[in-house]
Design a protein around this ligand. Structure first.
Ligand SMILES: *Cc1c(COP(=O)(O)O)cnc(C)c1O
Length: 375
């Protein structure tokens, strides 16, 4: 059997809505599905505005830039995340400052954020990791006490809640990705969410080359073409309609893995819940325990799973250990022990929305047998 790490579920109205685009000739960003998706997603997250863009990384770029923070302002973000987060901060002329993560939820440690606040700090970027959210109530309380803006990256937490409030609903500005492994996909795509009218307008302007009235093709700022097409938004609408079912499917896949893998020696399974959230299992991550196998045990574990037809992905690599940032002289001598440990010992196994129970059982059995071989 071969099980890829992610297979999306496109079995709803995707085809019908795409055909509608073709039949009506509306295929560009001017088509009606874009606004429908913006309104639908914003409503789902309890936001006033949604700005659809061409991917989640672009959403972060435009969102951070739209805040208009003074050059050189510091933005605190986790070391353990995708590069898009730190890249967006840098490209906006700001300074990324890193914080470590918690060993159980793999999310940014709010106490570690507080320790990094300086007089130059202007914002905190919270990134929900692998299906568990950052403790947003605590983070937002800290940010508001210290006068900091909150940028929320909810790419991996579409449909998730934190303290009973939607992820994507917490930040001064929040970002989503609609890549095929996310809970709502448009193939490639993303969205910025916010409540502030002027901020939304700046995001819309940055998305569309900063075209400004009164004279088209006369610009007083530089923007990007980050537009989403009507074709992408059509797929997104069909996906959004099924979001609750997708969330249930993710949770049932996670629960199956939890029960099938419980007690396998050497494996640390994802946390099932905290006091503010229940895991949505965007991915099902495994972390090899200290003392389990050699330093590169995770690499060997993934190799043996691949031999059995089970796809995997390694965990994120910490920002302070990225060659690109080291070459820029950034984060010299900084250590984030939790980020370093989980990056080296963690990987995730298949959990796409199209997975069958037979495939889940097959993958769990493969994990169990490799763990026994390597123990
Ligand atoms: C997927 C993802 C992104 C980037 O989204 P793209 O659409 O792939 O550019 C950003 N942040 C997080 C946390 C993600 O998981």
């Amino acid at each position: 059997m071969n099980v890829s790490v992610n297979e999306p579920d496109l079995s709803g109205n995707e085809k019908r809505y795409l055909a509608e685009c073709v039949d009506t000739g509306w295929i560009s960003s001017e088509g009606p599905f874009v606004e429908r998706l913006e309104r639908g997603m914003a409503a789902r997250c309890g936001r006033a505005h949604g700005v659809a863009v061409c991917n989640g990384s672009a959403a972060l770029d435009a969102a951070v830039m739209a805040l208009g923070l003074p050059k050189g302002s510091e933005v605190i973000l986790p070391s353990f995340t995708i590069i898009s987060c730190a890249a967006a901060v840098l490209r906006a002329g700001l300074v990324p400052v890193l914080a470590d993560s918690l060993p159980d939820t793999w999310n940014m440690d709010v106490a570690s954020v507080e320790a990094k606040i300086t007089p130059n700090t202007r914002a905190v970027m919270a990134v929900h990791i692998y299906g568990m959210p950052v403790d947003m109530a605590a983070l937002c309380a800290l940010a508001s006490a210290r006068g900091l803006l909150v940028i929320e990256d909810a790419a991996e937490a579409i449909g998730q809640t934190c303290s009973n409030k939607a992820c994507g609903g917490w930040g001064h500005v929040s970002c989503l990705s609609f890549y095929p492994n996310k809970h709502v996909t448009t193939g490639e795509g993303g969205m910025i969410l916010c409540d502030d009218d002027a901020l939304a307008e700046r995001c819309r302007s940055l998305r569309n080359l900063c075209f400004a009235p009164p004279r088209r093709f006369v610009h007083d700022a530089l923007g990007f073409n980050f537009r989403m097409s009507n074709l992408q938004a059509a797929v997104g609408m069909a996906q959004l309609e099924r979001l609750d079912a997708s969330v249930s499917k993710k949770r049932s896949t996670g629960a199956m893995y939890q029960s099938l893998l419980k007690g396998v020696r050497g494996l640390r399974l994802p946390v099932e819940r905290t006091e503010y959230a229940e895991n949505i299992y965007w991915v099902f991550g495994l972390v090899l325990e200290d003392g389990f196998g050699a330093e590169d045990a995770a690499v060997e574990f993934e190799r043996r799973l691949k031999e059995r037809g089970v796809g995997t992905r390694p965990f994120f690599w910490p920002m302070h250990e990225q060659p690109v940032f080291q070459k820029m002289g950034m984060f010299r001598g900084e250590r984030y022990p939790v980020a370093e440990a989980i990056a080296r010992r963690g990987f995730y196994i298949p959990s796409g929305l199209a997975m069958t129970d037979v495939q889940i059982e097959y993958c769990a059995e493969a994990v169990r047998s490799v763990a026994e071989e390597l123990a």
